[in-house]
Design a protein around this ligand. Structure first.
Ligand code: NAD
Ligand code: MG
Length: 294
């Protein structure tokens, strides 16, 4: 019998000291460090033989999913920005430790060629692809729409909406029946913060893209779903993802009273890609610490 664990105190409340990192942030510089499941995630062979591509798999939620997928038996490719090489190499180490194949794919997904290249390289290295996780995203806060330049708006659209659309378009010809596509949306898709208008728009777009593609690709035997996280402690937040004052009590306004840790989200991505979810498509799974989603 396993011990009953209180979800409010399973992890400490995050009350981080003042910190700012240049964008994109590094997991290795987070204070306190986040839990990616390095010590805790136990695999059960649920993705044995699968071949997964995870964008933004170097840090935060994507890194926790990469570790979990490797422990479930999948080969895992991670894409990330060149500035994140040190975080990425650490995660590559965890993947390789499981005796599965790992692939590191640095480059900027705002570029069309890079979106296509990461799919082709994954197929070449693993002999195919059957799980695509559109998880990379840019989140930079702005006080007012008057401060949000065309360039900033465009960069967020390109990194979030265009990249997931282009990566998916490149992957679909390779996906056999039984394959799975998962988008990382956000509670921001439904409940946007006053400082994250452009980002929230992209998360709503990614959520709707997943639901539309589920309609289109279901008849081809491909399931498409989304995960909508609430506040998770990742390098996205202190690298201009939130105003400093919001970081101090990050996640404490949820019913569970604390921010989530990346390790707590991996199971959702494992489930959605696994055989257990064979009748689940067009769904958005919220992991919000209790904040309601529609
Ligand atoms: P993170 O910073 O660890 O991960 C985001 C990753 O996106 C980066 O590691 C980076 O590799 C990648 N990325 C950004 N711009 C890119 C570009 N131009 N080219 C290539 N890669 C790029 O932060 P995270 O919080 O783990 O974010 C993962 C996902 O979770 C994102 O889609 C984010 O919107 C979503 N999300 C996070 C939270 C949260 O509270 N942390 C809440 C809701 C949704
Ligand atoms: Mg990163």
């Amino acid at each position: 019998m396993s011990e009953l664990i209180d979800p409010r105190t399973k992890y400490e409340k995050i009350a981080p000291p003042k910190q700012t990192q240049p964008e994109p942030g590094l997991d290795s510089k987070l204070e306190p460090l986040a839990d990616l499941g390095e010590e805790s995630y136990v695999g059960h062979g649920r993705l044995k033989g699968r071949k997964a591509l995870i964008t933004g798999g170097d840090s935060g939620l994507g890194a926790a999913v990469a570790i979990a997928y490797a422990r479930e038996g999948a080969d895992v490719a991670i894409s990330y920005l060149p500035a994140e090489e040190s975080d990425a190499q650490r995660i590559i180490g965890f993947i390789e430790k499981e005796g599965v194949k790992a692939l590191a794919l640095p480059g900027d997904l705002r570029e069309k060629e890079q979106c296509e290249k990461i799919v082709e390289e994954t197929v070449k290295a693993f002999g195919g692809i059957d799980i695509v996780i559109n998880n990379a995203s840019k989140q930079v806060w702005h006080e007012s729409i008057e401060d949000l330049s065309d360039e900033d708006f465009d960069a967020t659209m390109k990194a979030n909406v265009y990249a997931s659309y282009r990566v998916t378009r490149a992957a679909v010809p390779h996906l056999k029946p039984g394959s799975s596509i998962i988008f990382t949306s956000s509670i921001q898709a439904y409940d946007p913060s006053e400082t994250l208008v452009d980002y929230a728009v992209t998360k709503a777009a990614m959520n709707t893209m997943s639901k539309g593609l589920a309609q289109q690709l279901g008849p081809r035997g491909i399931r498409v779903n989304a995960v909508a996280p609430g506040p998770f402690w990742t390098p996205l937040q202190p690298s201009y993802g939130q105003p400093q004052e919001k970081l101090q009590t990050f996640g404490q306004d949820t019913p569970l009273g604390r921010a989530g840790q990346p390790a707590e989200i991996a199971g959702a991505y494992v489930y959605l890609a696994s055989e257990e979810a064979s009748y689940v498509s067009g769904e958005t799974l919220g992991l919000t610490g209790g904040r309601p989603t529609p």
